[in-house]
Design a protein around this ligand. Structure first.
Ligand code: HEC
Length: 123
């Protein structure tokens, strides 16, 4: 690549990276790591995938695919309260598919960290 092209690309980078008007929220890395443990311990990744893109090992067999957590639009439209409700009560109780089971066992600090982990999956 020619030198002037590299300089032009470097000048464009900050523009390309500031796509959203939202101020970037800094997530606590310790909470993200703890939340990932809750995600792993409850086998969420089996359907939702390790990075929450909905491509877990079991996902191919699901009639309704889990959504892609990296979707910034969905992240912006969905409140923490909505996520907590679906996780604690399950899909069926919230107008979603019953394949999303209820996890009433996830509470308190574990739930807070889990939500932080899900938020960290936004691209
Ligand atoms: C058996 C597969 C399976 C497992 C295991 C599973 N889910 Fe789900 N989940 C789904 C499916 C399928 C949906 C989508 C339901 C729909 O859109 O109708 C879903 C939806 C959700 C939603 C709602 C997202 C939205 O669309 O607004 C959340 C939040 C969620 N799951 C979190 C979790 C968490 C956290 C765990 C682990 C504690 C987990 N899920 C485990 C299959 C699963």
């Amino acid at each position: 690549m020619k030198k002037h092209m590299i300089i032009a690309l470097m000048a464009l980078l900050p523009v390309a990276c500031s796509g959203s008007d939202e101020p970037e929220v800094k997530l606590d890395p310790a909470a993200v790591a703890a939340g990932q443990k809750v995600f792993a311990a409850n086998a969420c990744a089996g359907c939702h995938g390790e990075t929450g893109t909905g491509d877990g090992a079991a996902a191919a067999a699901l009639p309704v695919k889990p959504r892609n957590y990296s979707d910034a639009k969905w992240q912006a439209e969905t409140t923490d309260e909505q996520l907590i409700k679906v996780i604690n009560e399950g899909g069926a109780a919230n107008g979603l598919n019953a394949l999303m089971a209820a996890y009433p066992n996830i509470q308190g600090e574990d739930m807070k960290n889990l939500i932080t982990f899900i938020r960290s999956l936004k691209k």
